[in-house]
Design a protein around this ligand. Structure first.
Ligand code: XMP
Length: 320
C-alpha cells in the first residue's frame, strides 16, 4: 500500500524526532494496536525501546503465550513479561462491581507496573501506547453528542499526574482498518493483523459484578468454545468482534437427573467499520443452538446461554 508505506516512513521520522536518544517503554496488550505501535517504534529506534507485556490475568485462553511467542520468536524484539495476575485480581477485588472503578483501577495498575519496569532499566522517558483515533474521541464525547464520558478508556486521559513519562502514540490519527493495513505493511502475520479487537481492561469488563479468578476461568472456557465455533463456521473475518460475557446471575436448570443453579453466559457479536457504531450479528439459530449446547456441556458453572441483539448505539460493544 503506497500511502501506508509513506505513512510508515513519516511516523518513524516523527518518533525519532520526539524521543531523540530517550528510552521508551511500550505496553503490549495482546491486541493489534499495541503490536503495530511496538513494531513501528522498534523499526524507528531499535533498542531504545523496551516492550512490556503485563499479564494481568484478564487475558483470554492462551493469549499471553501467543503474544510472547510473536514478539520473541517472530520479531526478535526483547520483551519483558510481567506476571501481575495477583496484583490485578487483589486490587479488583476491592472494586466491587462498579464498572468505572474497575476501569480506573486497571488503568492505575498498568501505570504502576510500567513505572516499576522503567525503574528497572534505569528509567524511561516515554511510554508508548497503541491509542487509536476512536479511543481518543470516544473517551471524550460520543458521536458528536454532549461531552460526557461513556467509559474511562483504560489508556486515554486517565494517566496520573505523578507519571513522569511522556506519551508516544504513533497511531493516534488512525482508525482500526488503517492500523491493519499498517500492520501488514510491517509484516505482522495475517492471523495477528486480522484478530478481533480486545480491550486493555480485558475480561474484567466482560465479567459484570465482582471479579474472581474462578469466574474468569469459567469465562475463558466459554469464550474459547464460542470463538472456536465462529472459526469453524467461517465467520471470524466477517465479524468485527465476538466474545462471551459471564453474567452475575444464576438460574435454575436441569442436567440429567440433577437440578443445577449456575451462571448465565451472554454471547456478543457485532459487525462494524470502526467500533464507533455497530450492528449485532444475525447468526442463524442452528449456529447459536450448537454453540450454546457446547458451552453448557463443556463448561462447568454455566447452565444457560443467551444472545445479545443490541446494536450500538444504544448499546456499547462491551457490556461495561
Ligand atoms: P465500546 O464498548 O465502548 O467499545 O462500544 C468500542 C471498542 O473499544 C474497545 N474498548 C476498549 N479498548 N481499552 C481498550 O483498549 C478500553 O478501555 C476499552 N473499552 C472498550 C471495545 O472492545 C470495542 O472494540
Amino acid at each position: 500500500d503506497w500511502s501506508m508505506s509513506a505513512y510508515r516512513a513519516e511516523m518513524q521520522k516523527k518518533i525519532r524526532d520526539q524521543v531523540g536518544s530517550g528510552r521508551v517503554i511500550c505496553g503490549l496488550s495482546g491486541g493489534v494496536d499495541s503490536a503495530v505501535a511496538a513494531v513501528l517504534i522498534h523499526e524507528a529506534i531499535g533498542d531504545q525501546l523496551t516492550c512490556v507485556f503485563v499479564d494481568h490475568g484478564l487475558m483470554r485462553m492462551n493469549e499471553a503465550e501467543e503474544v510472547v511467542r510473536l514478539f520473541r520468536d517472530h520479531y526478535n524484539i526483547p520483551l519483558v513479561h510481567v506476571e501481575a495476575e495477583e496484583l490485578f485480581l487483589s486490587e479488583l477485588a476491592k472494586c466491587g462491581s462498579d464498572p468505572e472503578a474497575k476501569r480506573k483501577t486497571i488503568g492505575r495498575l498498568f501505570i504502576d507496573v510500567f513505572d516499576a519496569e522503567a525503574a528497572k532499566i534505569g528509567g524511561a522517558d516515554f511510554l508508548a501506547q497503541g491509542t487509536l483515533y476512536p479511543d481518543v474521541i470516544e473517551s471524550v464525547s460520543f458521536s458528536g453528542g454532549p461531552s460526557v464520558t461513556i467509559k474511562s478508556h483504560h489508556n486515554v486521559g486517565g494517566l496520573p499526574e505523578r507519571m513522569k513519562m511522556k506519551l508516544v502514540e504513533p497511531l493516534r490519527e488512525l482508525f482500526k482498518d488503517e492500523v491493519r493495513v499498517l500492520g501488514r505493511e510491517l509484516g505482522l502475520p495475517e492471523a495477528f493483523v486480522g484478530r478481533h479487537p480486545f480491550p486493555g481492561p480485558g475480561l474484567a469488563i466482560r465479567c459484570p459484578g465482582e471479579i474472581t479468578k474462578e469466574k474468569l476461568d469459567i469465562l475463558r472456557k466459554a469464550d474459547a468454545i464460542y470463538l472456536d465455533e465462529i472459526r469453524k463456521a467461517g465467520l471470524y473475518d466477517v465479524i468485527w468482534q465476538a466474545f462471551a460475557v459471564l453474567l452475575p446471575v444464576r438460574t435454575v436448570g436441569v442436567m440429567g437427573d440433577y437440578r443445577t443453579y449456575d451462571h448465565v453466559c451472554a454471547l456478543r457479536a457485532v459487525t462494524s467499520v470502526d467500533g464507533m457504531t455497530a450492528d449485532f450479528y444475525p447468526y442463524d439459530m442452528a449456529f447459536l443452538g450448537r454453540t450454546a449446547t457446547r458451552i453448557i456441556n463443556e463448561v462447568k458453572g454455566i447452565n444457560r446461554v443467551v444472545y445479545d441483539v443490541t446494536s450500538k448505539p444504544p448499546g456499547t460493544i462491551e457490556w461495561e
